[in-house]
Structures are given as structure tokens and as C-alpha cells.
Design a protein around this ligand. Structure first.
Ligand code: UDP
Ligand code: MN
Length: 831
């Protein structure tokens, strides 16, 4: 009754309006919800389409990029592996977009309160002490806060196993001025420079189901493939496989426990972390060598596969993915003209992105390897003189893009007094965007060796000038050439070996960036650095027998008698304990020999780490000037090395074409006192020990020939007694009949040398002195006078002759037919 009273007249009207409004409101809200869901769905769809498109492009071989034909070289991948690579990439795309999908403990969470920033680090990095408080004021002062907004870094599972074994190429371009004939660069190029991919493109399958996380409620949705995208709607076994892979990778990320590390935040906190106790739950390594500098235990994690270039900015760019690029005919002239700027294809290099992606060429097993949690940090030192802009930048980007930020303390660019303008202000400006990059300018040209020392000193000075910031100092120095590309996962395997034993000096596998087409070319495995006489660096493949007997895996470190020299990591303190490089070495050359001998003979080791790969452009010529003659500079450096480190074996070095270096009038190799003292101080072992223990394969006979010296004419043997020469019946047991024919071509018994009388025809005995050219005899060096002993420095061609009665010895004009001028040693060790 009461209600009907209200529903009368205007009350009825009002009630109607009220009910209508409520209904309208409800209707509207429902519509809004629908449209939000719609937009969400549409967005999602777009994302999927975008990423599929991206993935498609990643898998496509670019052709006709800027009208250049581009080819897939050397990295042909099995179809099934290819689709696995594909699915990985798609997942990577989403990881990047939605890092919150990764479990809380794996993220770097940031919370700020006043000046104090709380940074939660991945467990693998932080151990138990994963929350660290950092004073933001100090971060701000060092420009570090801005880094908290820096792009995040991701873990990508390695794709090393994707590379077919048979495409591993035996490739090595020799260092300029060094022997390199053992290995030749191979190319797949056909006549018209077409290098077709081995796998038909239509075989690259795109997975249909992509696992996506929904940001709002964290549930996982499966997005159906879009028919318009030309993706078959049915799910093949292969596709199932790819979904499985996604799941596996999810757990792989969990294991790795390191994702999205804003660069500088981590740099700041690792020092504190280093003091934190190791997580007891972590895997412990077994007992290791029990000697100083050797770690005994440590938590482990799977090697990080950080690679910012996994999603390249422009997948169709020239040279992307390390593929070969070709110069179009119209530009050939320009390309040739610019060749000498760097002695490689500077023209092409300039058009290739400075942050291009390259293939993961690590051998199988590397991406699964465990490394220690508390790895030392490193300074990367690039010395350069007149380096080409594009290659210098690519070198730096490759380090920034593929190094775990918390392990990379800084990149030092040491400008060895370059003359090019672009390496001055323009370089400063470019590098100013990277807080980790510092440029050091040398006021005068020092050469590679002293420039590296300047770089190392700079890294050291950081310690002295910033005592309060001791943690800013790197533990390891990593030297790299300025035309390299560091590959995924390159750094941790190196640092891990140094962590195990700081006396290990470690080198990545040096791969080849082809000088002509700038492609990234994988090199053969099982290569070690060696040298041949006269101290010429080269590569040698481990024998199958050796590999089998020692059960060597392709990813195992390889001990090397010498390092190539361009790329290596060394414990900073150990580098100084070893006395660094001999600072008396000039410009370039021989320094790799010097540091190699020093390392081995003074208690260290040199290893190549196959899981660490760095590409390098090998050039036929040095693009910079040598202040003095190039050859003389290298020879002088080698002579210094021989004098300090080779002991009695130095004669073998000089005997291989360097007798002129013994002539002090010809060359001044400088003062060696400090180097000799250093060797004594360090109590380094002998070169004999080095040869016997580290490089037993090297043939290093101390004499070219030795034993009795038999005269064919009088059929007697030469005797030296009481300062006189005579002949006697040959008797091997008589020491007085034992002589040696040395590498420096002296005929000697102990320290007494048979000397041709320079002016007359007589023969004398005098103390041996390798610098005296008149003591030299040629033997087995002349086709017609092979058995003769020719007085080398005599102005006439005179030969050593025995008197027919066997009581005299003298010089006489050489006569090929005279048997009295023919001499035989009991043993010959070298021709
Ligand atoms: N370099 C230098 N100063 C020199 C000579 C060379 O800084 O006087 C640098 C050069 O720019 C390069 C590195 O040292 O980054 C090694 O030189 P190069 O690449 O010519 O040696 P290679 O690889 O041929 O052994
Ligand atoms: Mn180089």
C-alpha cells in the first residue's frame, strides 16, 4: 500500500528513471569489460603476430639486403635443431618483455627508501646474502643510478650443440709476420661467390603454440595460432617437442638464477657479496690442487649465456648473424681503395651493425658447464692505434653485450697515440654513453706492449686512488685486440680457470672474422699454440692418439706451450708478480713468446678454453706504422726473449737465420739486467725443463752435429789436446776426439773453438764467442762442398784441409773433389 503510494504520479516517473539508470549502468559496465577483454586479446594477438614475424625473419636467410646478396656461411644447422633455435628465440622475446614471469628469487628487485637502495640479487650471484643495501648517494655520484634503468640482460640457453660437427673448419689465418702455413683459411664460396645455405628454408618449422604469461594474473595461457599467419593449425610431434623445450628452458633459467641484472647495481654490490658465506646448499667442487693461489671449494652455477644481440635491432642487416657479406660490383673499387685503412674490408665492415649477432660456436657441452659463483671480476683492456671505427666499436659492443655485467668492471681503451681524427672527440662522445668504458690516451706512441702495460697500470691505479672503493678494482686483466667479437658465454669460462688457480693464464679460442667478407668463421677444435724455430708462433692439432689416450673432451681446456698473445686473461696481481711484459720490448712482436716462457718457467700455466670463443680479424699487414723498421723491431724483441729465457737453446734461435743478431755492431738489443734479475728472483726453471715438460714435441738438439770428426782423406779423427790440434786413430771413448758443430756454426770442444786464421792459411784455437763471425764454418750448406768446412768470414773461399800424413791441418782453396777437405761427424741432428 505504502509502496504503491510512492509509485503514483511523479514518484512513479522517478522510480522508472532510477531503475533505468541502474540497468544502463550495469549494461555499460558489462560493455566496458568486454571491450577491455577485447583490447587485451587484440594486444596479445598482435604480440604473437609480431614475434612470429620477428622469429620468421630471424630464420630467414636475408637476400637482397641493400641489393647485396648475403649468404649463410659455415653454420648450417639441422632442421630439427633449427626449429629448436626458433622456439628459443620466441621464448627469449617474451622473457624480455615479461621478466616478472621469472620466479622472485631469480630477479633483481629494487626498492628505494631515502638514499638507501635495497637490491635483491639472484641467489647464484648472491649466495645467502642476496639482499644488499647500497647507498644511492654514492651510486648517484658515480652515475650508477642511471644504470638501474639500463637494459636488462637475459640468459639464453646456448645453441652450441646446434652446430653441425662437420662444418667445424680448420681455419687459421696467420698473424702478420708469423708462420701460419699449417692451417689454411677455407671458404665455401663458389665461383660467383654464392654460398647457399645447406638447409632449404621451407624446412624451418615455426612452432604453433607459444607459452605466454598473462601479466595481470600470472596464469599461463596458450595462444592459438592464427590461420592468416600461414601456420598449419594441427600440432605435429615436432611442435610438441618445441613446447617441451620451452618448459625445459624455464627450468634452465631457474637453475641459472640470474636474469635481468641492471649493470651497475651489480657492479656495486658484488664486493660485499664476495664476503658472504657460500650457500651451503650449492654444489661443491672436489678437492683441487693444494698449492698457493688455488681455490679448494666453491658454489657453482651453469655458465650464463648473456647475449643482448639475441634479438638484433635489424635482422636483415648486412653481416647480421655473422653471415658473409659481399661488395656489389659498383662498390668494388671503393672497397679496394679503403682496404689499406685496416688491411681488411673496411668498406663492408662499416655497413655491418656494430652490435650484430653472431652464431654461438661453442662446442657441445659448453652451455651446460658449471662455473663458480664467486668469480673474479675483470678489466677488459683494448689497446689500439689507428683502429678502424666500425671494428673498434664492434669489439666494445661485443664485450658489453655478451659479458655478465657483474663480472665486467670496466673496459679500458688505450689509445696508443692514434693519428686518426675520428678516434679523438668523436670516440670520446660515443663512449660517453657507456659508463663502464674509459679511454686512456698515450701522449706518444708506445707500441702494443707498453700500451698494454699502461692499461694494466691504469687498472691498478684505480686501487691506489680509490682505496675506499677497493671493490671497484678488477681482479683479472683481460687483454683483447681492438678488432674482435666476443661470443656468447666467453667470459665466465676464462674467469673460472683463473678462479681455480690464479697462476692459470687463459686464452679463448680465437675464431676468424674473415677479412674479405667479415663473416664469423668457426675454427677447428683441439688446437694448441706452439712455436717453431726461430720462435715463430703457430697452431698444432692435438693428435687423435693423444685425445683418445687422455680421454679429452672437446670442451676441455688445452694446455699450450705458448699463447698467440692477442687475447688472454691473467690474474692482475699475478701479472705484476711475473714482472708484466719486458718493457724493453718495442711496438709489436715476440711479447707472446716472452710472457709464455715466463709463465711456464716461473710456475704458471697457459690454457686455451674451448668454451670461450672470440672472433678476430687476421690481417695480412699491420695498418699502422712502426716507428723503426718492422722486421728489425720484431727481431730485436725476439733476441731479447732468447737472451733472457732460452739459456743454451738460444743458439738454435740464432742458428735459424738470425746470426746477424749476434753482431753487436749490427744491433743493440738493449739492457737485459733487470729481466735476468727478475728471472732469478722468481726462481724460474730452466728452458731445458720447459722443453722436457711443457713442449717435448719440439725438436731442439743443442748441436747440429757432434761426435768424432773423421777426415775422409787420411781416415783419422781430429784431436784437441793441450791447446793443439792433431789427428789420431778414431776412438769414441776419447773425449779429446769429441767435437760439436753448433747452430752458430762453430767447431768446438767445450768452450774452445777451432778458428780459421783470418789473414793467413793457418788454423788456431780460441775461446768460443758467438758474436765473432770469423769463428764460423759452413758445413752441409753447399751442394758441391757439402762435406767441407768452409771458413765463412774469410774473404777467399777457403776450406779446412788435413795433411795427407795426418800431422797437419790448414786452410786451402776449396776443392770439391779433395777427400782431405771432407769431414764426417759421428751424429747429425739437423741439416
Ligand atoms: N697496437 C697498438 N700499438 C701498436 C701496435 C698495435 O696499440 O704500436 C694494437 C693494435 O691496434 C691491436 C693490437 O695492438 O689492437 C694487436 O695488434 P695487431 O692486431 O696488429 O696484431 P696481430 O693481431 O696482427 O698480432
Ligand atoms: Mn689483431
Amino acid at each position: 500500500m505504502k509502496v504503491s503510494k510512492y509509485l503514483r504520479g511523479s514518484g512513479r516517473f522517478l522510480a522508472f528513471v532510477f531503475v533505468a539508470s541502474v540497468l544502463w549502468l550495469l549494461f555499460d559496465m558489462a560493455a566496458l569489460r568486454l571491450s577491455i577483454a577485447d583490447v587485451n586479446g587484440q594486444l596479445m594477438k598482435e604480440l604473437v603476430l609480431k614475434d612470429r614475424e620477428l622469429a620468421k625473419r630471424l630464420n630467414a636467410v636475408p637476400t637482397n639486403v641493400r641489393n647485396y646478396p648475403v649468404h649463410l656461411v659455415n653454420l648450417h644447422v639441422e632442421t630439427s635443431q633449427r626449429s629448436e633455435m626458433f622456439s628459443r628465440r620466441v621464448v627469449e622475446v617474451y622473457r624480455r618483455k615479461k621478466p616478472d614471469r621469472i620466479k622472485g628469487e631469480d630477479k633483481v628487485a629494487q626498492k628505494s627508501s631515502g638514499n638507501i637502495l635495497s637490491v635483491t640479487l639472484p641467489k647464484a650471484v648472491a649466495g645467502n646474502d642476496s639482499k644488499v643495501l647500497v647507498d644511492t648517494k654514492s651510486l648517484e655520484q658515480k652515475g650508477i643510478l642511471e644504470m638501474l634503468n639500463a637494459p636488462s640482460y637475459k640468459i639464453a640457453p646456448g645453441v652450441g650443440a646446434n652446430v653441425k660437427k662437420e662444418v667445424l673448419r680448420k681455419t687459421k689465418a696467420p698473424f702478420a709476420g708469423q708462420e701460419g702455413n699449417s692451417l689454411k683459411l677455407q671458404s665455401n664460396a663458389t665461383k660467383d661467390h654464392q654460398i647457399p645455405p645447406k638447409i632449404p628454408l621451407q624446412d624451418f618449422k615455426i612452432p604453433q603454440d607459444v607459452v605466454l604469461s598473462n601479466k595481470s594474473n600470472s596464469t599461463v595461457k596458450k595462444v592459438k595460432p592464427d590461420a592468416s599467419n600461414n601456420i598449419p593449425p594441427t600440432q605435429s610431434p615436432k611442435q610438441e617437442h618445441s613446447i617441451q623445450k620451452v618448459d625445459k628452458r624455464k627450468s634452465a633459467v631457474k637453475d641459472n638464477k640470474t636474469v635481468s641484472l641492471p649493470v651497475k647495481a651489480v657492479v656495486q654490490v658484488t664486493a660485499k657479496l664476495a664476503q658472504s658465506p657460500l650457500n651451503a646448499s650449492k654444489i661443491q667442487t672436489g678437492a683441487l690442487l693444494n698449492s698457493t693461489g688455488v681455490r679448494k671449494q666453491g658454489g657453482l652455477h651453469k655458465v650464463m649465456a648473456l647475449d643482448v644481440t639475441l634479438k638484433p635491432r635489424d635482422a636483415r642487416a648486412l653481416g647480421q648473424f655473422g653471415w658473409a657479406a659481399l661488395v656489389p660490383p659498383d662498390d668494388e673499387e671503393e672497397s679496394m681503395r679503403r682496404w689499406s685503412e685496416g688491411y681488411f674490408n673496411v668498406f663492408l665492415s662499416e655497413q655491418i651493425p656494430v652490435d650484430r649477432a653472431i652464431p654461438d660456436t661453442r662446442p657441445p657441452g659448453c652451455s651446460q658447464k658449471l662455473v663458480h659463483d664467486n668469480l673474479p671480476t675483470t678489466s677488459v683492456i683494448f689497446c689500439f692505434v689507428d683502429e678502424v671505427w666500425s671494428t673498434l666499436l664492434r669489439s666494445v659492443h661485443s664485450v658489453l653485450n655478451r659479458s655478465p655485467p657483474h663480472l665486467l668492471k670496466e673496459i679500458l681503451l688505450v689509445d696508443d697515440c692514434s693519428t686518426k681524427d675520428y678516434l679523438k672527440d668523436k670516440l670520446d662522445a660515443y663512449m660517453s654513453q657507456f659508463p663502464k668504458v674509459r679511454i686512456i690516451r698515450l701522449k706518444e706512441r708506445h707500441g702494443l706492449i707498453r700500451a698494454r702495460l699502461a692499461g694494466a697500470a691504469e687498472a691498478k691505479d684505480a686501487l691506489l686512488s680509490t682505496k675506499a672503493l677497493i671493490y671497484l678494482l678488477s681482479d683479472v686483466l683481460t687483454f683483447l685486440d681492438s678488432h674482435v667479437e666476443c661470443n656468447v658465454g666467453w667470459l665466465e669460462p676464462l674467469l673460472d680457470r683463473v678462479y681455480l688457480d690464479r697462476r692459470k693464464v687463459v686464452c679463448p679460442v680465437i675464431e676468424v672474422i674473415n677479412d674479405k667478407d667479415i663473416s664469423y668463421v668457426m675454427v677447428d677444435n683441439f688446437q694448441k699454440g706452439i712455436f717453431k724455430w726461430p720462435l715463430v708462433f703457430g697452431w698444432s692439432t692435438l693428435s687423435n692418439d693423444f685425445i683418445r689416450k687422455n680421454n679429452i673432451k672437446v670442451s676441455d681446456p688445452i694446455r699450450c706451450p705458448v699463447m698467440a698473445g692477442g687475447l688472454f686473461s691473467i690474474d692482475r696481481k699475478y701479472f705484476y708478480e711475473l714482472g708484466t711484459y719486458d718493457p724493453g720490448l718495442d711496438v709489436w712482436g715476440g711479447e707472446n713468446m716472452e710472457i709464455s716462457f715466463k709463465i711456464w718457467m716461473c710456475g704458471g700455466e697457459i690454457e686455451i678454453i674451448p668454451c670461450s670463443r672470440v672472433g678476430h680479424i687476421f690481417r695480412g699487414e699491420n695498418p699502422y706504422k712502426f716507428p723503426k723498421d718492422r722486421q728489425k723491431t720484431v727481431e730485436r724483441n725476439l733476441a731479447r726473449v732468447a737472451e733472457v729465457w732460452l739459456d743454451e737453446y738460444k743458439e738454435i734461435f740464432y742458428g735459424h737465420g738470425y746470426l746477424n743478431l749476434l753482431n753487436t755492431n749490427f744491433i743493440d738489443i738493449g739492457n737485459l739486467t733487470a729481466q735476468i734479475q727478475l728471472r732469478k728472483k722468481l726462481q724460474c726453471k730452466s728452458f731445458k725443463w720447459y722443453l722436457e715438460n711443457i713442449y717435448p714435441e719440439l725438436e731442439a738438439p743443442l748441436l747440429k752435429a757432434e761426435g768424432l770428426v773423421f777426415n775422409v782423406g787420411n781416415r783419422k779423427c781430429l784431436v784437441q789436446e793441450n791447446g793443439f790440434l792433431s789427428f789420431a786413430m778414431c776412438n769414441l771413448s776419447k773425449q779429446s776426439q769429441h767435437f760439436g758443430y753448433s747452430w752458430v756454426r762453430t767447431l768446438r770442444q767445450n768452450n774452445t773453438c777451432v778458428s780459421p786464421n783470418v789473414t793467413g792459411r793457418g788454423v788456431a784455437l780460441e775461446p768460443c764467442d758467438n758474436s765473432k763471425a770469423h769463428l764460423r764454418w759452413l758445413h752441409k750448406s753447399n751442394k758441391f762442398l757439402a762435406e767441407h768446412l768452409i771458413a765463412e768470414a774469410h774473404h777467399q773461399r777457403l776450406c779446412l784441409e788435413a795433411g795427407s800424413k795426418g800431422d797437419t791441418i790448414f786452410l786451402k782453396a776449396c776443392d770439391a773433389s779433395s777427400s782431405y777437405q771432407q769431414w764426417h761427424f759421428t751424429h747429425y741432428y739437423a741439416q
